[in-house]
Design a protein around this ligand. Structure first.
Ligand code: ZN
Length: 288
């Protein structure tokens, strides 16, 4: 299943995408796509619906993050060997874990707003893993049973804040609008092997990132197991699993960074596409 939400901020409605690509309204069945919806029981209930009987949404409007009730936005750094190389950093011996605040999370096509004075904002297409069952000290063998599905994430990153200004990476990762998610949450059964997905990202029509989840250093099962040793993962929590090569910071001979007026376009195989316009600082675009 492809689950999604649409509508203005604070008024999102639940929907799913049918086999023909039409948006079908779920608001007669559910108040929202919440953490409870993503549990095995919640998904089972949706699978039992007669999709053809659901109303078609002709004009979905704004696409929102595909589920509500996300309480953690965990990210993994340097999880592709060739991205670590372009960043000039050694391969991590254990996964690098950092967090984005939930306030950074926006819809897949919402504006990306540069923080005041930002000159080194960058892009990162990533596979997002959405938890569907409580995970605490789970083994790698059992880890994927705790995954509800997958989504596209753009781990937008301010490199000056992240790398040059001391302290943790969070300063450059948590800015408002720096976490586009969606357009869909595609359930794990439909995705199949999460380590065989092509991914790409363009800026202004130029291809910068090309990759495949098979080149992750730590795979999805390892990451879910690993993170579950440090915090309990609950339904609705999100783990973004790192980015392949081709970020702006790594462009030779000179880095390329985002500027107002740019457009990012990114996708992962089977998970849909995101398009974001980059804007100069404007709080109305964040709150709108
Ligand atoms: Zn990242």
């Amino acid at each position: 299943m492809k689950l999604m939400r649409h509508g203005p901020k604070g008024q999102e409605k639940p929907a799913l995408v049918d086999r023909q690509g039409r948006v079908r309204d779920l608001s007669g069945e559910l108040a929202d796509i919440s953490a409870a919806t993503l549990t095995p029981q919640g998904l089972q209930r949706l699978r039992a619906l007669n999709v053809d009987a659901l109303p078609v949404v002709a004009q979905p409007g704004r696409i929102a993050p595909p589920w509500a009730g996300c309480e953690k936005f965990v990210c993994i750094g340097l999880n592709y060997a060739d991205h670590a190389a372009e960043s000039g950093l050694p391969l991590p011996k254990e996964p690098i874990v950092f967090m984005k605040p939930i306030s950074a999370r926006v819809g897949p096509n919402d504006p990306v707003v540069l923080p005041q004075g930002s000159v080194k904002s960058d892009w990162e297409v990533e596979l997002g893993v959405v938890i569907g069952a409580k995970a605490r000290y789970v083994s790698e063998a059992d880890a994927l049973q705790h995954v509800a599905g997958y989504c596209v994430v753009n781990d937008v990153s301010e490199r000056e804040y992240q790398i040059e200004r001391g302290g943790t990476w969070d300063k450059g990762k948590g800015c408002d609008t720096f976490g586009p998610v969606g357009p869909w949450l595609v359930t794990a059964d439909e995705v199949g092997d999460p380590q065989a997905l092509d991914m790409w990202l363009d800026v202004n029509g130029r291809r910068f990132q090309t990759g495949n989840t098979r080149t992750m250093i730590f795979g999805v099962a390892q990451l879910v197991s690993y993170v579950s040793r440090f915090m309990t993962l609950y339904p609705g929590d999100l783990i973004s699993t790192g980015t392949p090569p081709g970020v702006g910071m790594g462009v030779k001979p000179e880095s390329v960074f985002l500027k107002p007026g740019d457009t990012m376009h990114l996708s992962i195989q089977g998970l849909g596409e995101q398009v974001q316009a980059v804007h100069a600082w404007d709080p109305a675009l964040i709150d709108g």
